[in-house]
Design a protein around this ligand. Structure first.
Ligand code: PGA
Length: 275
């Protein structure tokens, strides 16, 4: 994390979990333990139909609500789609775009991801853009190239001004939902690679203000170590975000260490030592 230049973001991705009643129960459990976490942006990306009730449940807290996908279209004959404008109106502030489950299971291409990012930004949402290599790509040692292509495609039409609202989540596909977290060194290295890609396109100043999250079996035990990397500015958390205690523990892991303001002990004079 580098709190000087960019915000820390802890985002839960609930995927296909939780009914409206379960969302309410979760919000009560989380609110019971939550002080206002001023040290990070806390986000829950919930199923579409839960958005209005989640927004209501977290109204007086610092938890923002997000969606898990968005249409690239504004309106028209697109059965089953939900537009960015609709999400915004329902109270969402964030939206996950290009999650590997959508790329893999629903055939989302890099090009489509780019269009969805643009749709989200046009409506005033912050896209959380997911990029990451498969196990096969990792074994072929083409991780960096693959990520470069994904980042460039997702940001193809994004201006330097709009970049301020963009969040990137590095999620190695082999680490998602598997319990196999990337090592701290590996996650940190790819985070830095992503920032280099941003720097080449937008310059150092704009690039340093983008929050880059890690996702893939992040949990309350490994969060603090991952967040200590300079280019890991938060997490996108699946399984561990479904339980209020576990999710809160990760938000706590992002809390800065308290500043020790007790005055240093007075140096003892040599004659005192002899007394
Ligand atoms: P996981 O999921 O934490 O369960 O691995 C992360 C994600 O898919 O965003």
């Amino acid at each position: 994390m580098n709190r000087r230049y960019r915000k820390t973001v802890i985002a839960g991705n609930w995927k296909l979990h939780k009914t409206i009643a379960e969302t309410k129960a979760f919000s009560e459990a989380l609110k019971a333990k939550m002080e206002r976490p001023r040290w990070c942006e806390t986000v829950l990306c919930v199923p579409y139909v839960n958005i209005p009730s989640a927004v209501r449940a977290f109204r007086d807290t610092r938890v923002a609500i997000g969606a898990q996908d968005v249409s690239c279209e504004k309106e028209g004959p697109y059965t089953g789609e939900v537009s960015a404008e609709m999400l915004k109106e329902a109270g969402a502030k964030y939206v996950i775009v290009g999650h590997s489950e959508r790329r893999r299971r629903y055939g989302e291409t890099d090009l489509l991801v780019g269009r969805k990012v643009q749709a989200a930004l046009d409506a005033g949402l912050s896209p959380i853009i997911c990029v990451g290599e498969t196990l096969d790509e990792r074994e072929k040692e083409i991780t960096a190239e693959r990520i470069t292509v994904q980042v460039k495609a997702a940001l193809a039409d994004v201006s330097v001004t709009a970049l301020r609202r963009v969040i990137i989540a590095y999620e190695p596909v082999w680490a998602i939902g598997t319990g196999h977290t990337a090592s701290v060194e590996y996650a940190g290295e790819i985070g830095t690679h992503i920032r280099t890609v941003l720097r080449r396109k937008y310059g150092a100043r704009a690039a340093r203000s983008v929050s880059i999250l890690y996702g893939g079996s992040m949990n309350e035990e490994n969060a603090a170590a991952l967040l200590a990397c300079p280019d890991v500015d938060g997490g996108l958390i699946g399984v561990a975000s479904l339980d209020a205690d576990r999710f809160w523990a990760i938000v706590e892991a992002a809390r800065p260490a308290p500043v020790d303001d007790t005055p240093p002990p007075k140096p003892r004079l040599s004659h005192e030592e002899n007394e």
